[in-house]
Design a protein around this ligand. Sequence first.
Ligand SMILES: Nc1nc2c(ncn2[C@@H]2O[C@H](COP(=O)(O)OP(=O)(O)OP(=O)(O)O)[C@@H](O)[C@H]2O)c(=O)[nH]1
Ligand SMILES: [Mg+2]
Length: 416
Amino acid sequence: MTDTVLLAIDNKRTSELWSASESVEELRELCQNLGYSVTNIEIQAREKPHTKFYVGSGKLKEIKEIYKEKNIGLFVTDDDLSPLQHRTLEAELSVKVMDRTGIILEIFAMRANSKEAQLQVEYAQLTYLKPRLTRMWTHLSRLGGGIGTRGPGEKQLEVDKRQIRNRMDTIKEKLLKIEKQRGLKRERRLTTPILTGSIVGYTNAGKSTLLNSMTESNVTAESKLFATLDPTTKTFRIPSNEKVLLTDTVGFIQKLPNPLKTSFKATLEEINEANFILHVIDISHPNWESMLKTSEILLEDLGSNKIPTIYVFNKIDLVKSPSTYDTIHKYHPNVCISASKKESLSKLLDAIQKLLDVYQKEYVFRVPLNRMDIVHLLHQHGQVLEEEYKELVTIKVKINKIIAEKIMGQLEKKRV
Ligand SMILES: Nc1nc2c(ncn2[C@@H]2O[C@H](COP(=O)(O)OP(=O)(O)OP(=O)(O)O)[C@@H](O)[C@H]2O)c(=O)[nH]1
Ligand SMILES: [Mg+2]
């Protein structure tokens, strides 16, 4: 285990969702997920990070003094470092330095299983690495003694940067191909008469566990951060017996690194196609409200904030104090459940039913006689109120608007 020291800046702004110490606690957990053992934490009160050293120069001196004999293998900063800060801090401390983004990227790289996730993570890593490349080469030229090494180092750097750019272009092409295939699937989904829901929320909230419990499946759900990188889709039935597709997706985190936001954009934007959202919150976590708000900001960025949402307060089996629930009424509709203990899942099913019932409307379909498939679908998904066979089949049906629109899509598409 690498002994690790965390560095953070506390700007004392109370408007921030996360206090410096809460944010650092999360960073500690992120580091532990990588097997780094956090031995010390240094938080400096400062308006903003020092442009060169991240912490102030006096604080840096103090840190150097405290840790010089302590065999520390890594320093991690809770904010992103500019390439200059990164380089300077590492040179000053003579130990490897990583920032929050570097840590999160490493976790993502470890968890990526599918080809798509691997490409997305590699793209994010290269985006992060490109402006930092100089660092390694300045190190090398320094090791080489300076004279004569600077030239080849610089040249090598250009070659490396070019190689990175080429690799990024290749990855982008491959990702575009995957996205295209996904687009075809999406088109099919748009006319398949089935309702879809998305499970979203902060990392480790219990999204995959909920998907498993609701659909009796076996998706990886573990007590580690970012266990899920690939969206998984399963089906279940709501009380009216209508089938619903449910997708579990990558978790959110505060200060979500920009390179990851960009490369996972396509995956995350699939949330927008859902007819409803289950926003899972780990209510047993002391910071649940900040986590909820952080996730809402990210959903807003993605443009998913208008989709009908149920707040699913999870892990109620771990809640000790009843006052924990004092503020949940601000978020509604809501249900309190335990996904792992399968507690109150029926309440959640009822809430989903209620939310979808709002879309129940009466329609009159006029279907050509050669489209009995459509007639069949209307019978399958709706409550047929009147039916008349002449040169056309006229059907009055009470049906979910979303399903009705998808069936209309099928009717129009095949006629062309
Ligand atoms: N006690 C308790 N633990 C739960 C409950 N639901 C989930 N967990 C645990 O919480 C941890 C995280 O669960 P996951 O389902 O993997 O969480 P996730 O939201 O999918 O996390 P990421 O994919 O990493 O974003 C696991 O150890 C689960 O067993 C619950 O209702 N009660
Ligand atoms: Mg998961």
